[in-house]
Design a protein. Sequence first.
Length: 144
Amino acid sequence: MVLDANWIVGFVDGEGCFHVGISENTQMKVGKQVLCEFVVTQHIRNLSVLYALKKSMQNIGVVRKKRKTYQFRVRKLSELYQVVLPFFEKHNLKTDKNIDFLGFRDVVHLMFRGEHLTSEGFEKIKSIQSRMNRRRFGVENSLE
């Protein structure tokens, strides 16, 4: 299955998520850990499309079962920076999911420069995260 870039954009607009998670981690300089992930979730009947998406994204990320669904997930910072960001910068999302992508992109750039390891950089990330996904509407994101 070969996926067209415009089809991927529409699919991710409807089924994808650009997520920035923050959790406690005493091993980190600022006592918190930041995790960025690009996720697309589907029922098992559409599992083949997740593998096609993985292939279209230069075979990065993983396809895994999560509860009763399957996910294509990219967490590796270098893969997000080198593959996911350039794809969606070239092929813009059409819905307000693009707002989340832009915040996600900013966080990935901050992390790529190592700024998440400083108090100032972490506060920037926390501020961006607070305006992403369901938080824009005052609803907590269910991935955290």
